[in-house]
Ligand binder design. Structure first.
Ligand code: FES
Ligand code: FES
Length: 865
């Protein structure tokens, strides 16, 4: 069979004639720019152009593409391509980047056929291309810009990306140096920054590059950032997260918060060394050496680049008393218009995610997970699977059965032919409806409830109350479903070093798992951390059904003879669980005759999350209280005179993991909805009541007032529209106003979101805005449609995007993000906008329709478009 790919004829064995084109490209031809997201035609991550038309390659049998022109991200070229890529690049569209080759090819196809599409056409055309990072508003803008560029006759330069830098493993001497584990200057002038934090779309590489460029006075464009790992020494981990117990962990939106001081300091130290080297070389006082954009100079005319002096500087002691710059001297931090450092490679499909790792003789495995959580393998009938072409082995592992094959489609066919009997002795056999009833029963009965916080006397507060609320709020299991399904690769080298590739948020934990499974010292396990195609908490995961653990078990069972890639199908990723906990809350609150809040009591039941987290579990689960369950209530932004929080840990067999905004994603829905209910009962205004409660929290109050002002709170809206509001002090200080409408089919539309945020000093305002936009769309999709369903007998029903609808382009509202100037240290932004989405939306829907949403997703109660 011959295929014409990017203008070149390519011979492909007839054995692959019936294989989806996606896998011929990826697994047969090694072209990894085309991505796998769902395999069933629901995400368009696999988009290629066939005879110019955007086409899902996972749904196209290879032989049907024979005789046609196939263009992939690797080969696309021409004026439209360059205009689209340029607009994408300059618009800071990309986050994790995984979906972007497909997005840009779809946009190219659109503009080739319609050079001036209007907003509705763009939304319709791009609606099939999912982006879990929520880059839709920027995609729309970029298509507009590209169309304008083409109309004006301009032809931007083709986008190029620098090749990945060569990164040598850190030596013991490197690890002992204060600077070299973080910053190294290469002979070609590249400033190589090692990011302790996994880049998974949140922009941490750009944030750290910004800090280093500032402190080092480097040329921003000379900086390249790579994910770091293997920094553990007997004295601790050089990449240890002080907010994460000293271990290398990415999470809780604390990358900038936790590492701001450290990267400023090492940047300043690296600069001081370069100055000392110049001073010694030139025989001039250090104070007379200047640095600008990576060039050192002296008034005598002497000049040198970083690369000239780095070999000397690296060997010098750090001068005493080095301090980072004062804020007044910032030239890079906080500047507008700075582009992400990782954008070009992602647009061009050159970023290598874990799914793209390919090693000589590597085999690919899919793990069949049990159909019910906690079930175990009882028996396996594997002859039919082993008879499939390309299938090499069938291996039962701790939580499932692995089919190991030459390619992913080979493993898929083997999986379909496999017969497994499951032992349900320890399985969770309850449906999600039954589990929800159990959550509710626990809240109602108060069984095993633990008081997490109590101030004043809530009962006395009720005595004063003239208006009361007593309401239950119910929230489902939610999946992360990042666009890159979860994967891992491992191989045992001949020298006895075990290598693991995983886009993990806790590389040290991966190293420990490798050490345990292989029975070798931790130092002999080398972890490589590719960028993750989204994570949202999933890659914090641990346990036997983590792909890294699975790959290690499989490789060991095959005597470490083959490098093994575990590649999750979307279905198997859903079946490995690690969901946001199901939660039920009851809020009872009262206000006196004047409408002043007198008492607030929140009870909840949820599966605990913290015990599942490596390293920090014990800190976060204390005295029977899971901090991840109560966060957002115990540490809420308000001053409540009489206040009580009680929580019950639910015992269920569903694997639970942190999910973007963790417990706040449910606790704040209950709190902000209940306050709105009290507002209505007491005849108050939602902003006024919150203003009163924020008396001791000026930063959240400022966000509330700014959001209200910019949204025109209180001003009349056209018929059929209404607003809702919610605020939080989660990680930063923020508030949002949601504006909704209803159409003649009684469907709710979200028209506009106005978001105000105080997150301290901003390193890059546009990246903050991008994170807020992404979080809003993430929260909106979850609030509107998100729900993982377990059916009768605990069967996992939700297994792909067909049953797990997420936000798409057509439903994306107009979003405005207003940043509040601040001199406070930077605080988290990646998750801040999520928790207030659902309550702001529910409050707006109530204002519009009189229907109060107390159970999510909203689509259970009312249609939402
Ligand atoms: S539509 Fe092809 S991978 Fe999702
Ligand atoms: S940028 Fe689209 S999924 Fe991450």
């Amino acid at each position: 069979m011959q295929l014409t790919i990017n203008g070149t004829g390519v011979e492909v064995s007839d054995r692959h004639a019936k294989t989806p084109l996606l896998w011929v490209l990826r697994d047969v031809l090694g072209m990894h720019g085309t991505k796998f997201g769902c395999g069933v035609g629901y995400c368009s991550a696999c988009t290629v152009l066939i005879d110019g038309r955007n086409t899902r390659s996972c749904q196209t049998i290879a032989e049907r593409a024979a005789g046609k022109s196939i263009v992939t991200v690797e080969g696309a070229s021409g004026p439209v391509v360059d205009a689209v890529r340029d607009a994408w690049y300059r618009g800071n569209v990309v986050q994790c980047g995984y979906c972007q080759p497909g997005q840009t090819l779809a946009a190219i196809s659109l503009l080739e056929s319609n050079p001036a599409p209007d907003a509705a056409t763009i939304a319709m055309w791009m609606n099939g291309n999912l982006c879990r990072c929520g880059t839709y508003p920027r995609i729309k803008d970029a298509i507009d810009v590209a169309a304008q560029t083409l109309a004006s006759g301009l032809h931007p330069e083709p986008l190029t990306a620098r090749p990945d830098p060569e990164v040598a493993p850190l030596s013991p001497e490197d690890l002992a140096d204060p600077v070299r584990p973080y910053i190294q200057i290469k002979p070609d002038g590249t400033v190589l920054v090692f990011s302790s934090q996994l880049e998974m779309g949140q922009g941490v590489h750009t944030g750290l590059a910004t800090i280093v460029a500032e402190e080092l006075d480097a040329d921003f464009d000379s900086i390249q950032v790579v994910n770091a790992a293997n920094g553990a020494t007997p004295d601790g981990d050089v990449y240890g997260n002080l907010v994460g117990g000293g271990f290398q962990i990415t999470g809780a939106s604390n990358s900038t918060r936790a590492f701001w001081a450290r990267y400023r300091q090492v940047g300043a130290q690296a600069r001081a060394r370069l100055v000392a080297a110049a001073s010694e070389n030139w025989g001039v006082p250090p104070a007379e050496v200047e640095i600008e954009s990576g060039v050192l100079s002296h008034m005598s005319g002497k000049r040198a680049t970083f690369a000239d002096l780095a070999p000397i500087a690296e060997k010098m002691a750090i001068p005493d008393g080095v301090q980072p710059k004062d804020r007044s001297a910032y030239r890079v931090i906080g500047g507008e218009g700075r582009l992400r450092v990782d954008t070009a490679a992602k647009i061009l499909g050159k970023t290598r995610f874990t799914i793209d790792v390919s090693l000589p003789h590597m085999l690919t495995a899919i793990v069949l997970h049990p159909p019910r959580f906690g079930a175990r393998v009882a028996s396996v009938t594997d002859w039919a699977a082993l008879a499939e072409l390309g299938v090499k082995a069938v291996i039962p592992i701790e939580e499932g059965v692995a089919v190991v094959a030459e390619t992913f489609p080979d493993a898929q066919r083997g999986l379909q032919a496999l017969q497994v009997e499951w032992n349900d002795e320890h399985a969770e056999l309850r449906s999600s409806e039954e589990l929800l009833r159990e959550h509710r029963r626990l809240v109602e009965s108060g069984e095993r409830a633990v008081v997490a916080r109590a101030d004043g006397n809530v009962d006395e507060g009720f005595l004063e109350a003239a208006h009361t609320v007593d309401a239950f709020y119910e929230l489902p299991y939610l999946a992360h479903a990042p666009m890159e399904p979860n994967n891992a690769v491992c191989r045992m080298r001949e020298d006895g070093v075990l290598e693991v590739w995983a886009g993990t948020e806790s590389p040290v934990y991966t190293q420990m798992v490798g050490s345990r499974v292989a029975g070798i010292a931790q130092e002999r396990v080398r972890v490589h951390v590719p960028d993750a195609g989204g994570s949202f908490g999933l890659h914090y995961s641990s346990g036997a059904n983590d792909p890294a653990s699975e790959a290690l078990q499989i490789a060991k069972a095959l005597d470490w003879r083959y490098p093994i890639k575990v590649q999750s199908s979307r279905e198997e990723e859903f079946k490995s669980g690690r969901f946001r906990a199901m939660a039920v809350h009851r809020v009872r609150a009262g206000a006196n005759r004047d409408g002043r809040l007198t008492t607030y009591h929140q009870q909840m039941a949820a599966e605990p999350t913290s015990p599942n987290l490596p390293f920090v579990g014990e800190v976060l689960f204390k005295d029977g209280v899971d901090f991840m369950t109560i966060t957002g209530v115990v540490d809420n932004p308000y001053t409540f005179e009489n206040f009580k929080v009680e929580a019950t840990n639910v015992d269920a067999g569903v694997p639970i993991m942190v999910w973007r905004s963790v417990g706040n994603s449910h606790t704040e829905f209950a709190r902000e909805s209940a306050l709105d209910e009290l507002v209505v009962a007491a005849g108050r205004d939602p902003v006024d009541l919150r203003r009163e409660l924020l008396v001791n929290n000026p930063r959240t109050l400022r966000a509330l007032e700014l959001a209200a002002e910019r949204a025109g709170w209180g001003s009349p809206l056209p018929e059929g529209r209404a607003r809702g509001i919610a605020c939080t002090n989660y990680l930063s200080h923020s508030a949002q106003v949601m504006e909704v409408s209803i159409d003649n089919r009684n469907r709710i539309h979200v028209e506009r979101i106005v978001f105000a945020l105080d997150c301290g000093i901003t390193l890059n305002p546009d990246l903050v805005r991008a994170q807020v936009e992404g979080g809003l769309l993430w929260g909106l999709g979850a609030a509107a449609w998100g729900e993982v369903v377990l059916g009768n007998g605990g069967n996992i029903v939700t297994q792909n995007f067909d049953r797990y609808p997420v936000m798409r382009m057509q439903s994306t509202p107009h979003i405005e993000v207003h940043l509040i100037e601040s001199t406070e240290p930077p605080s988290g932004v990646g998750e801040v906008s999520v928790p207030t989405v659902a309550p702001a939306l529910a409050n707006a829907i109530f204002a519009l329709t009189g229907t109060r949403i107390r159970r999510l997703p909203i689509s259970r109660t009312i249609q939402i478009y």
